[in-house]
Design a protein around this ligand. Structure first.
Ligand code: TRP
Ligand code: ZN
Length: 883
């Protein structure tokens, strides 16, 4: 029967909710309040009558009492902005329901029923991009975390697993392609319309539901799994984008193979679809059998994508694919367990990318992200454990802490267990919890049991926020070296007192004469203080510690610069080599920016850094990809993190001064390196990527030391570039230096790529990130550019995230940068609250900034807080940031 036409009861029965004593939902959700849902939903049947302005949705759910939950006759169906046009129970119109805010409460008399509810939604007016929305004439969905409730009334929580059958119907001309999760089981035509029925055999939570309808074309390929299953693979894009999908498809096949080999995980459907969408809140989404991607993580060719873009695609394709096991087959019990799937899946994608490219360079990149994004989060007002205890808006907890620190925590377990035993742990986890909605605790227990580790104390890493500080000293007496370690886990909001955690530190002690060590050791610091003795050292060794960044901590030690120069040149762990360079330059910049550096000290320090960098530039045994990493100076946020209170203006000035000085002292080495790298022809192999990386690094040093020369080199590189990496690198440098070349090349770039949204995003970002003294004014003007729109998250981020990450512009002394970001938040909040809220953290760092700017930052946060009708997303972030 067509339930859409049965008489509606739009208000339900107002007394019913009271009668059932169903509590309203609290505004703060707490982990400790978790209760299993009173009902199970074995089957979900959905019917979509698709239209851009109006889509009718009919949901039929079979429900039964959950024997494992406290019984309740009331079933709470979440909704968000929906009205029920009809509610049927066992085929009969029901009036035993009432609205509780946005949710629908229905009283059910028996043990098992069928509920049918019809709703109508308008995808074209959905600017939040959550639920069912229109993008470029196509329809698509985003349901994680709580978007499904914007489509139909449903128990929209990850512990309610259901088997979905979906029938979608739409105009053939407008929506020639109809996609959903699982397998297509039937299709048919109906005049101007056609329909497809999809069945997903794997029970799943509602957040993994997806549907796409539109005029799309596909690159198709096949993959044979380890047990011989033949899987059809498709990458769907808009007509005209097909020739930029090869790298995505190759990345997908590599991911599938890698997960079989490294984690023993095989794909479990006959079809795997990826769809690229240009309006998307995040990177991509792991919907079962139908991953939806931001175009940024699908489309690439050498002319339009940089080496970094290629890597990003490989990593995100891997990430979403790996979720099929770590996320979909085993999902989360509740959203507090988000790191169960995200931390583990990030670790999996990191290991995958490391295996596909350069392991040490991948490790350095991952640590750089952790330090520049997660460490500031962990030391600021938004600090939270990787398994949070409470939230108001779950979208605000898709953070670097949950994702990246979550990955580090699991990586530490792997380091302590060793690869083989860790694999036994993950095998046990996948086996034990397949088909379940699990907890972080389940994961840790499985690793404990499978790998044979005692993780009792280690569980603190899930509960305590804050980056531990480890103080290190090394004494030498007789032939004995004694290492003393001390840990402090700093207080964070709501967590004033912390307990010591197990911190696994890989270390090596180098003999100064021979430049070698007797073997790497792993020590686990699990008390507040501990000492470790090492015999057989006639003279004091040089300590290399936290090698490969074995623990996500800050190391504090007083170390001779000469020791760091030694390690930068000779450490056999490439990460430790990078670390020594970072320590050397960070030490210099922190001292300089706090005014602790006298003139002679400064000269000595710069000359040590120059000596270390010279070794890096001229070391023939070093590959260029690694050389490029070693040439990078620490970022401004990282330097600011090392200081109690930072003056962004001074840090910027000192960092530029150091670059200029190094550029001058190493002029001929840098030039020689550039000339050699320039000879390497374009290819995607590691050597050629390395050559491109060092070229742009040389330009960066030249820009600081000899701007006229830099303009000449960069303009030349831009003009002869046959790939986006060289072109963008050159334009980035040019964008920072006032010149005719700057104006001309920016215009050329815009004209050349007009109509290619992803490249125009780069054009916006380059200007917003630039070192140009007028960068702030440029951003202001670009906000009024005809191509700028608040409706497209990629475009918004390309201008304003780049700007918020450009310290000299964002931290303009008069507070104009802060005002611009606050204005953006206020304008974007009614359109897309999830994306708007992501701009709050940069303003939230005020406590670590010198008092004049701090007051200006606070004032902007207060102005946002005072706005009427703020979204829950932005409101939560602003109020936490004000503290
Ligand atoms: N689960 C997705 C991932 O990690 C990310 C995600 C969460 C997301 N919420 C989203 C993507 C909202 C888009 C929109 O890969
Ligand atoms: Zn993920």
């Amino acid at each position: 029967m067509d339930i859409a036409r049965t008489p509606a009861n739009p208000d339900g029965n107002p007394e019913m909710a009271d009668a059932a004593h169903a509590p309203s939902e609290p505004s703060t959700i707490r982990r400790e309040d978790y209760r299993p849902f009173a009902w199970i939903v074995p089957e979900t049947r959905l019917e979509f009558d698709l239209g851009l302005e109006s889509t009718r949705v009919t949901a039929r759910l079979t429900v039964a009492r959950n024997p494992k939950a406290d019984p309740s006759p009331v079933i709470r169906l979440n909704g968000d902005g929906l009205t029920a046009d009809s509610v049927l129970v066992d085929g009969e119109p029901s009036s035993a329901w009432a609205m509780d805010g946005d949710n629908l409460l229905l009283t059910l008399p028996g043990e098992a029923h069928e509920i049918a509810i019809a709703t109508e939604i308008d995808p074209s007016s959905n600017s939040q991009l959550m639920g069912l929305y229109a993008s470029n004439g196509m329809l698509c969905t985003q349901c994680e975390a709580e978007g499904f409730r914007r489509i139909t009334f449903f128990p929209d929580r990850p512990d309610v697993l259901s088997t979905y059958t979906v029938r979608m119907r739409g105009a053939k001309a407008q929506f020639p392609v109809l996609l959903c999760n699982g397998n297509r089981v039937a299709t048919g035509e109906d005049g101007e319309a056609h329909w497809a029925e999809w069945h997903d055999p794997w029970p799943k939570p509602s957040y993994l539901f997806a549907l796409v309808a539109g005029d799309l074309v596909a690159r198709t390929d096949r993959f044979a799994t380890m047990s011989g299953r033949d899987v059809e693979l498709n990458v769907y894009v808009r007509d005209g984008d097909l020739d930029r999908t090869e790298h995505a498809m190759e990345s997908l096949k590599r991911s599938m193979k890698w997960d079989e080999e490294v984690f023993g995980r095989e794909y479990d459907l006959d079809l795997f679809n990826i769809v690229a969408v240009s309006d998307f809140n995040m990177g991509a989404m792991e919907n079962k059998g139908l991953n939806v991607f931001n175009t940024k993580y699908v489309l690439a060719d050498p002319d339009t994508a940089t080496d970094g873009d290629f890597d990003g695609i490989e990593g995100v394709i891997g990430h979403e694919y790996f979720h099929n096991w770590s996320g979909n087959r085993i999902t989360c019990r509740d959203w507090f367990q988000l790191s169960l799937k995200e931390g583990f899946t990030v670790l999996r994608d990191q290991l995958f990318s490391a295996d596909m490219g350069s392991e040490p360079v991948k490790r350095i990149e991952d640590v750089r992200v952790l330090r520049s994004v997660q460490f500031p989060e962990d030391s600021g007002p938004l600090a939270h454990p990787i398994r949070p205890d409470s939230y108001r808006e779950i979208n605000n907890f898709y953070t670097s802490t949950v994702y990246n620190k979550g990955a580090e925590v699991i990586r530490m377990m792997r380091t302590m267990a060793g690869e083989e035993r860790f694999r036994k742990g993950t095998d046990l986890y996948f086996d034990r919890h397949d088909g379940e909605a699990a907890t972080c605790e389940d994961f840790v227990t499985a690793i404990e049991d499978g790998a044979g580790l005692d993780l009792t104390q280690f569980r603190l890493w899930y509960a305590q926020a804050g980056t531990p500080k480890v103080s290190v000293s090394l004494d030498h007496q007789g032939d004995k070296a004694t290492l003393r370690l001390k840990q402090v886990v700093p207080p964070t909001p709501g967590q004033p007192d912390k307990q010591p955690m197990p911190i696994p530190l890989k270390l090596a002690l180098f003999d100064r004469e021979s430049g070698t060590h007797a073997g790497e050791e792993l020590v686990v610091l699990d008390t507040a203080e501990a000492a470790f003795a090492f015999d057989g050292f006639a003279s004091k060794p040089v300590l290399s510690i936290n090698r490969t960044f074995s623990a996500p901590v800050t190391i504090e030690r007083s170390v001779e610069r000469e020791e760091l120069v030694f390690l930068a040149a000779r450490d056999d762990d490439p990460f430790a080599r990078y670390e020594a360079m970072q320590e050397l330059t960070t030490g210099h910049l922190v001292a300089a920016a706090t005014g602790e550096l006298g003139e002679t000290e400064r000269e000595a320090s710069v000359s040590d850094i120059a000596e270390a960098l010279r070794a890096v530039l001229t070391d023939a045994a070093l590959d260029d990809l690694m050389r490029g990493e070693l040439m990078l100076l620490p970022g401004q946020t990282y330097i600011a993190e090392q200081m109690l209170v930072a003056d962004p203006g001074r840090i910027h000035a000192e960092r530029e001064a150091l670059k200029a000085e190094l550029g001058k002292q190493l002029r001929s080495e840098l030039h020689a390196l550039y000339e050699r790298a320039e000879q390497v022809p374009y290819s995607l192999d590691l050597a050629a990527r390395g050559a491109r990386k060092v070229k742009t690094q040389v330009l960066v040093y030249a820009a600081a030391s000899d701007p006229a020369k830099a303009v000449e080199l960069a303009a030349h590189q831009y003009d002869r570039a046959d790939n986006m990496t060289d072109r963008q690198g050159a334009l980035m440098v040019l964008a920072g230096i006032d010149s005719a070349e700057r104006t001309g090349r920016l215009l050329d770039f815009y004209n050349r790529y007009q109509g290619n949204a992803l490249v125009i995003d780069k054009w916006f970002a380059l200007q917003a990130m630039s070192l140009h003294p007028q960068a702030l004014q440029h951003v202001k003007a670009l906000g009024d550019h005809a191509d700028f729109t608040l409706k497209n998250p990629n475009r918004v981020r390309s201008l304003y995230m780049a700007f918020a990450g450009n310290p000299h512009a964002f931290h303009a002394a008069n507070g104009e940068g802060y005002r611009m970001v606050a204005d953006l938040i206020l304008a974007l909040d009614p359109i897309n609250p999830q994306t708007a809220a992501r701009f709050v953290p940069p303003l939230g760092r005020w406590r670590r900034i010198e008092p004049v700017r701090a007051a200006l930052m606070r004032a902007e946060l207060e102005r946002i807080a005072a706005a009427p009708k703020l979204s829950r997303d932005t409101h939560e972030q602003v109020s936490r940031s004000l503290g």
